[in-house]
Design a protein around this ligand. Structure first.
Ligand SMILES: NC(=O)c1ccc[n+]([C@@H]2O[C@H](COP(=O)([O-])OP(=O)(O)OC[C@H]3O[C@@H](n4cnc5c(N)ncnc54)[C@H](O)[C@@H]3O)[C@@H](O)[C@H]2O)c1
Length: 335
């Protein structure tokens, strides 16, 4: 790790990425390689149903990339990775992430998202890393009415689901490590991501996959819930900016400035594919279902010079094409 003396930009050299075989983690690793700056990457992932080594198979034989199968709750295994690779930077993507699964059984969400993050933070302190980035979510803020303004970083933490409360707990834990032990941590909170490599249990890939297969598309309640959508590439750029130019102890929101009702997403995808809306099936609403998400990213614009660049129109067309041409990848997904 070094600090660029002219503008205090943090330059990572050896990055331990946890959860790098998931949707955002694998896109982030591709993004780091695209920078061609010879950052060494250690990807530590348990390969749960959500983790897929195929996302990164072309990197397997490259210098600067190592994969270790392991659990962030396993202190001995993680400790041996710190000893062997001596990372100067940790970015924690590893998590249980599906709200519906957290409603069915919260336990593993508390274990991985809170206890696992605690173990990772303890070892990061012990081994003296220069930066620790905790990848969080706008879901920690709860939801908004139509009239309310988007959440800022100082909005109240008011999670609705066990998933969101486990992420909120991890955020608070990391902030306390920052203050009490001096962990050089930064937290990012992003809105709903879409793009390549997302598991088909999530809304946009599920709509695309079911449409391609002419299967019913289940939509919760009336479909009027609103989400703010951001392309995963924009999120990855934001994470890297927070790592290199963010201030220790700070939280940065990343939003897509793109609020859309769920029903309109389905209609748009069906229309792109020229498929009838008869596939839409309204189902009983999710328990505690958040109505509206929206985040104010002006702090990230001001402090990191970050803004989303990919329009939803462009991003969704590319994403549909990606799923259409990666049916083998879909078939290999775990459940
Ligand atoms: N997907 C979104 O829209 C979104 C938005 C904002 C924030 N986030 C956050 O970004 C992070 C990544 O999300 P994602 O959508 O890529 O998730 P994902 O479910 O696609 O991937 C999670 C990855 O973590 C791994 N993992 C799970 N438990 C583990 C453990 N105990 N030890 C090691 N690895 C483990 C899985 O194998 C998988 O590769 C999460 O922290 C999530 O809360 C996601």
């Amino acid at each position: 790790m070094t600090l660029d003396s002219q503008n205090s930009t943090y330059i990572p050299r050896r990055v331990l990425i946890t959860g790098g075989c998931g949707f955002i983690g694998s896109n982030f690793i591709h993004y780091l390689f695209s920078l061609k700056n010879k950052i060494e990457i250690i990807n530590y992932d348990l390969l749960t149903y959500a983790g897929n080594k195929k996302n990164l198979e072309e990197l397997d034989y490259l210098d600067y990339y190592s994969f270790v199968k392991g659990d962030i709750r396993d202190k001995d295994s993680l400790s041996s990775v710190f000893k062997k690779f001596k990372p100067d930077t940790v970015i924690n993507f590893a998590a249980e992430t599906h709200v519906d699964r957290s409603i069915k059984d919260p336990n593993v969400f508390l274990e991985t998202n809170i206890v696992g993050t605690n173990i990772l933070a303890i070892l990061s302190l012990e081994f003296g890393v220069g930066r620790f980035v905790q990848i969080s979510t706008d879901e920690v803020y709860g939801d908004l009415t139509d009239e309310e303004s988007p959440f800022t970083e100082s909005s109240m933490i008011k999670p609705s689901s066990p998933y969101a409360s486990s992420k909120a707990s991890a955020d608070l834990l990391i902030l306390s490590f920052c203050r009490t032990f001096g962990l050089p941590a930064i937290i990012t909170r992003c809105s709903n991501n879409y793009g390549p490599y997302q598991h088909i249990e999530k809304l946009i890939p599920k709509i695309i996959n079911n449409s391609i297969n002419r299967e019913k598309i289940p939509i919760y309640g009336t479909g009027n819930n609103i989400r703010d959508w951001i392309h995963v590439f924009d999120h990855c750029r934001g994470i890297f900016s927070a790592l290199t130019d963010g201030a220790i102890g700070q939280v940065y929101n990343f939003g897509g400035n793109c609020e859309i009702r769920n029903i309109n997403i389905v209609k748009r995808i069906l229309s792109c594919l020229d498929i009838s809306e008869n596939l839409i099936e309204f189902v009983e609403d999710r328990l505690g279902h958040d109505y509206r998400y929206a985040v104010d990213s002006s702090k990230s614009l001001k402090d990191l010079n970050w803004r989303p660049k990919i329009s939803f129109e462009e991003g969704i067309d590319e994403t549909i094409k990606w799923y259409q041409s990666n049916e083998d990848w879909i078939a290999g997904l775990g459940d």
